[in-house]
Write a protein that binds this ligand. Structure first.
Ligand SMILES: [Zn+2]
Length: 377
């Protein structure tokens, strides 16, 4: 399964209808939740999925979207029940505000895609399909971003492709703060610098927001503007990472990376959210694109990759600030990150690879969240 997100341009009327639909969804969710709480309080048990399904019958929503709400609540409750059975703390799912109700879900039918997107209830909505969908469309989610923009997200079952063979060499990849990545052959993928302009814009927008009175119309407008700039930054970053991933996959048949868990990143002193996010995103992109590019992604143990000498394997301790690796045992002098990248590559070939597959964890975790492959952040 793979997700495609396209920008929608609903007419004013359609926009109102879509938002009305979200209101109805919100009301339905909150009503179901209230009834569930009441029932639980009185009888000590929850509604079954069947009961919930019957309760959403005349909600005024497209039946499948209404069923999806019932299903979502049922699933959320099941998670809670399991936690409770394990003796863990648990609480009810939350009531939703309109702001939190962001998506309308069509599990199987009720829509078709051509030049425009035809959705039952809303009619034909203008859509920009910036790339062709390959495979069979399974579900549709209409999603309202914080900025008020709408997107259509399709999950698609991909046809099996004959795997390509990639004749490029293997490479080690050291993810960094100053540069996005340093390669074992000395090449560098820079951090995208054009963000600076957007960062300034964001700071300005946030300053403006902080000066507006709470609850005022101007504040709403300013908040929307902040969300818009955030979205722009996220889009620019994502675009840059896509290009980087594609470049790597078209040039190398095997890409070796450190198996960095989030807590390890923090331990390494890389606690900067934005970098973590970029690294995670790049890793995910490499993972899900690797197969069709005929490349392989390998993860290795990250221990001492920057301290070890890639020439003689002795440990040369250095602080984060020291940019040059200088070995007194064998005399090797090398850029610190290139040295690390070579070590990373060596570990994969020396049989020290931790895993050679992108685990379930690593593959686009955003895709597993309901209707959220297109999060702004
Ligand atoms: Zn050495």
């Amino acid at each position: 399964m793979r997700a495609y997100a396209f920008r929608l341009y609903p007419s004013k009327t359609q926009q109102n209808e879509l938002e009305h639909h979200l209101w109805t969804e919100k009301k339905l969710w909150n009503t179901l939740l209230e009834k569930t709480k009441k029932r639980y309080g009185e009888e000590g048990r929850f509604y079954s999925q069947r009961e919930l399904q019957l309760m959403v019958k005349d909600s005024g929503l497209y039946s499948q979207s209404a069923q999806a709400i019932a299903h979502r609540l049922h699933r959320a409750l099941q998670v809670k029940v399991r936690a409770k059975n394990r003796g863990q703390k648990w609480g009810f799912p939350r009531f939703k505000s309109f702001e939190r109700m962001r998506s309308i879900y069509y599990p199987q039918s009720g829509f078709s895609l051509d030049e425009k997107l035809q959705v039952s209830q809303f009619g034909e909505i203008s859509i920009v399909q910036h790339r062709a969908i390959k495979g069979k469309i399974k579900t549709l989610t209409l999603k309202r971003e914080a900025s008020g923009k709408w997107h259509a997200i399709f999950t698609v079952e991909q046809e099996l492709q004959t795997p390509k063979t990639n004749k490029g060499p293997a490479v080690g990849l050291d993810l960094g703060l100053n540069r996005l990545a340093t390669l074992s052959d000395g090449k560098i993928i820079q951090n995208p610098h054009h963000f600076r302009a957007l960062e300034q814009k964001l700071a300005a927008a946030q300053r403006l927001l902080s000066r507006k009175h709470k609850g005022s119309h101007n504040r709403q407008k300013a908040a929307k503007n902040v969300a818009l700039v955030h979205e722009k930054m996220a889009d620019a970053r994502k675009d840059y990472l896509h290009k980087s991933a594609n470049w790597l996959l078209s040039n190398y048949s095997k890409i070796v990376m450190e198996d960095l868990r989030i807590d390890e990143m923090a331990q390494k002193g890389h606690g900067k959210g934005i970098h973590d996010a970029s690294w995670g995103m790049l890793t995910n992109m490499l993972c899900y694109k690797a197969e069709s590019a005929g490349s392989e992604i390998v993860f290795v143990d990250p221990k001492y990759t920057s301290q070890e000498c890639s020439g003689c394997h002795s440990i040369v301790s250095k602080s984060l600030r020291e940019r040059i690796h200088q070995c007194s045992s064998c005399g090797l002098v090398l850029d610190r990150d290139v040295n690390a990248a070579i070590n990373i590559l060596t570990r994969a070939t020396a049989g020290m690879a931790g895993s050679n597959a992108c685990g379930d964890e690593a593959i686009a975790p955003s895709l597993k969240q309901e209707a959220a492959p297109f999060r702004a952040r």
